[in-house]
Design a protein around this ligand. Structure first.
Ligand code: PMP
Length: 294
């Protein structure tokens, strides 16, 4: 992720990653009490452009608020500093990771101070470019009555690590987690859509992260005249689907080959997911501004 020349942004300054230190007495390290974002910048013909920068920094602030972590930062300035960070590291295509964290406090009370760091690196498609084999996880997503699942909070990702580890151990590429009612929720780091009889379906908000890519896909469906329905889905609904895909900033749009032993019947290139994948790529690369059409 970094070498001796990599620079990161920390509380208003740019410093070499190798020269930073970690506060070992802090709530973020001990309790996972931090919030973060995952953002991508693309090398477009208009130059390097951070896709949905405002939406990501808005969600970062909202996550901090839900977790009672102070967020005394100017979001427009953070976006400007992120562009500078990319320049300083010579990055044109990049994955960007802002983290708001808390140190110097070991209590279980809400933090009164926080720090922000932003780092970036080159990161290919998180789940690769081949269709993924998915296993239903034995882990459920966090219960919305135990935490604010719509916050992108560091501690929530323990659940993601457990599910990913289990899936890989069982020979799958990725996990698919259910919610507390055994409805389909999401992957450890991506949202899911299924296709059935020419329509797309995706789980509603409630037990999932409100993915920015998910919102983009729903908008693209309107532009492309694809019917997209937000509705609770069961494991049986997914296994009876014609095709399915994951979407997320890191994963982008990636088709699913199978869920457990069930292989989807549709040929990926002929699915709505493949159309969305092509359109999403064109959108992030600013080859066509589909959202203007909406
Ligand atoms: N769900 C989870 C649990 C995630 O971590 C992510 C990645 N942020 C997503 C969904 C997709 O969200 P986005 O499209 O905003 O990257």
């Amino acid at each position: 992720y970094y070498d001796s020349n990599t620079v990161l942004y920390l509380n208003g300054q740019f410093i070499k990653s190798a020269e930073t230190t970690t506060d070992l007495y802090g709530q973020s390290l001990h309790y996972g009490y931090a919030v973060f974002e995952g953002i991508r910048a693309y090398n477009t013909h208009n130059g390097t452009r951070i896709f949905k920068a405002k939406e990501h920094f808005d969600r970062l602030q909202r996550s901090a608020e839900l977790m009672h972590i102070p967020f005394p930062f100017d979001k427009d300035n953070l976006i400007r500093q992120t562009y500078k960070l990319l320049k300083k590291n010579n990055l044109k295509d990049a994955y960007i990771r802002p983290l708001v964290y808390c140190g110097q406090n070991m209590t279980l009370e809400a933090a009164t101070e926080s720090s922000i760091m932003i780092c970036a690196w080159e990161w290919g498609a998180y789940l690769g470019n081949k269709l993924v084999k998915v296993g239903i996880s034995s882990y459920q997503r966090p219960n919305p009555k135990s935490t604010h699942v719509e916050a992108k909070a560091s501690g929530h990702y323990i659940n993601s690590i457990l599910a990913t580890t289990e899936a890989k151990k069982n020979g799958f590429d990725e996990a698919l987690l259910l919610d507390m009612h055994n409805n389909i929720a999401e992957a450890p780091g991506a949202n899911i859509f299924i296709e059935k009889n020419g329509k797309l379906y995706t789980p509603p908000l409630g037990s999932i992260l409100a993915g920015i890519t998910r919102a983009t896909v729903i908008k693209l469906c309107k532009t492309l005249d694809i019917e997209c329905i937000e509705k609770q889905l069961t494991v049986d609904d997914v296994k009876a689907a014609d095709s399915a895909f994951f979407c997320g900033t890191a994963a982008e749009i990636i088709g699913i080959a199978s869920v457990d032993e069930t292989v989807f019947p549709a040929v990926w290139t002929e699915t709505l997911g493949a159309t969305i994948q092509r359109t999403y790529k064109a959108l992030v690369l600013e080859k066509q501004n589909y959202e203007v059409i909406i």
